[in-house]
Design a protein around this ligand. Sequence first.
Ligand code: AP5
Length: 190
Amino acid sequence: MAGRKVIITGVPGVGKTTVVNEALKKLESEGVEYQSINFGSFMFEVAKKEGIVQDRDQMRTLDRAVQKRLQQLAAQAIAKLSANVIIDTHASVKTPKGYLAGLPEWVLREIMPDLIILVEADNDQILMRRLSDETRTRDKEGSRAIKEHQQFNRSIAASYAMMTGCTIKNITNADHLLEYAAQEMADVLR
Ligand code: AP5
């Protein structure tokens, strides 16, 4: 029997990976297992092999057709997994030419998620997290642009629910309240 497919999204720097890791620790102690997958890593492995990018933050500047091909290859690989899977990805990606759907029809058709989680946080808190993360090349944008991106993600998530019948869960990852966000995530994954 195929396992549950859960998609975790959130704007860069919102802390989705941090919340997922905390939630998985809680579930592991209860014997609930999920395989955690980063969609961007699947795309990056292919892009790196083809020599078209050197780091993962360059992918969102690639030609739209190339990003679409990378999305499709990642979705096909993930669809083959039979375990319960958490897919860490983006509801939309901010490219130089506008928002790109992270879960377009050709991705959703392969994965058919049961649940999509939107991790959200205060716009200023996201800005500060991006500024203090020196390991990545984060987009330079203000809190108004971050707000617009978070709003866009809510809108596009509604269309994903219409296409697949999955449910949508919003989780707030506020500063100093990681434990609360992780508990909320563990509760919906259980
Ligand atoms: P990806 O690797 O997913 O990039 P990202 O959005 O930057 O994700 P991260 O996991 O690095 O950030 P995060 O927001 O989860 O934050 P983190 O936990 O590190 O994707 C890379 C690329 O792949 C994309 O740019 C795109 O090009 C491509 N891609 C991916 N999916 C795609 C798709 N579907 N279609 C097309 N392209 C796709 O935390 C951030 C910081 O916040 C940390 O410093 C952390 O310590 C801190 N923090 C977290 N929580 C808290 C808290 N509660 N309080 C205080 N600090 C906190």
